[in-house]
Design a protein around this ligand. Sequence first.
Ligand SMILES: [Zn+2]
Length: 70
Amino acid sequence: MHDSAVRNGRILRVLRGARLPCGCVAGIYETYAGGTVVVIDEAHADCRLAPHRNGCMMDLEAGESPGRDT
Ligand SMILES: [Zn+2]
């Protein structure tokens, strides 16, 4: 779990975990507002995306896939 995210008060429950195309491992969470956010669990060493840092919370826009577990 992400203590910082939970303390933030936005997280309702965890939906699933996912490995992003860039290699980062993230958790997908449902918020009380009914939206979905992605929290970076473990940023990949080779990820070049600036927002991807451990504990980073990002809004998941509709239609955007965070990647698959497989
Ligand atoms: Zn990344």
